[in-house]
Write a protein that binds this ligand. Sequence first.
Ligand code: ADP
Length: 501
Amino acid sequence: MSKPLKILFLISEMHPYAKIGGLGDVAASLPKALLKMGHDVRVVIPRYSSIDPDHYNTTTCLQSMGVWMGDKEEWCSVHSTKSADQVPVYMIEHGLFFHREGLYHDNGMNDYDDNPRRFAFFSRAALQLAKDISFKPDIVHANDWQSALSCAYLKVWHWNDPILGDAASLLTLHNVAYQGIYPKDHYNYIGLGWQNFTQDKLESYGKVNFLKGGIHYADLVNAVSPSFAQEITAPGGGFGLAPYLSDKKESFVGILNGIDYETWNPQTDPHLPAHFSMEKLTGKQKCKQELQRAFDLKVDKKVALIGTVGRFVDQKGFHLIAQAIERILGQMHVQFVILGSGEGDLQDYFGNLPARYPRKAGSYIGYDNRRAHLIEAGCDFFLMPSLFEPCGLNQMYSMHYGTLPIVRATGGLNDTVENYNEKEGTGTGFKFSDTSPDALYYTVGWAVSTYYDRPKHIRSMVRTAMKRDFSWQSSALQYEAAYKRAIENKKAFDTKSKYYW
Ligand code: ADP
């Protein structure tokens, strides 16, 4: 192995401490894979009030840490613990910022007004922590807009710092639809200098744009799948960021996420009533029955059972499902289960669906990890019609659990699912391209007719899907290579320009 790296990993969610979506899964599994490779990786997250420090055996690492922001000093404390996988985790405790009902928004899905301050502070505090515990990182790995500004602070504030001065930065874009765009009234607090409030750096139509700033200052940027990396640099792509990403040239790459085979393993999953493997699938039938009971569906091992899990936001295409599902339920011999939460009209719609299709449709509105695992395991098909998808983990979980994904061919969904070839009987799922309820309806019909008419093909596809390697191993190696490139880029930058102030 090459020289171990010291990696400071900043992220706003981490399973099992705080998770809304796939970001939390990546925070748990990528550092774990890097640690296994011998790197010294430390994860920093906010201490949200939903995280009970006692439950996770945290100790107080810093009783009182002063963090200079642009126009004031904040005070916080820091807890530390080790994850079940022995990854050191630091939690920034700031009651005013992080003790509230949600991570980013209230129960009504309204973003907190002070999010720019909360996450600018978080980014600064994580760097201050490195200084206060004398952890000299080779690389600061920022994730999404919530920690993107750490890349800017490194170049603007810490260019001459004995602990942070040599640290290179990598910014991972898990989702470019969320950029952290806020009124410039917050800019003095953020404190990155008005000379940097320019269109090429942090300014966007008179507002401050965290992600854009991070992209500018990071030594390397990556998206979480090769296809998505291409899509967001295409003209008009990237939700306005395409030109800035294209400007990064070879310093912008795509690295596909992996999945954690210890947490998501049908042979050991503690959330399942029975276990199964590619060789012995009988346990999957038991999971199907349990799922049917849990969602009050008719227990029937022969019926095609379609499920989905996710955040009810535009990106995930749940409105396409809402527009097609009644035709599907009305005309096809299927059952349907859905687990999710988010936009109110979708919650109402899917919450009421079982009453109109009793014993055929089941829903659970809310967040429930056990049910998520049960759906992956017990269904025959997993529906994921995302309008865009940076990577997507659920389709990989479903394939690993022998549940064939029905997906829109976009981003990471396109990279990971091999479309069914009816002639050869090959593939790992069913894909469609149009963002229309019709396309979804016909592709579900295609999958369902294959299920009943060509069961041999389905059995062979299930085996192929379960055999696919989505482990973190190869992705973590690519991250290691990306860190090295970021370090080279930083060295080259330092010899040329040194600092940005
Ligand atoms: P995204 O990160 O865009 O939300 P992914 O497919 O990458 O989408 O990851 C979603 C993750 O969040 C999966 O682990 C999924 O099981 C989990 N998840 C999403 N919604 C829920 C929910 N309502 N209950 C339990 N788990 C959920």
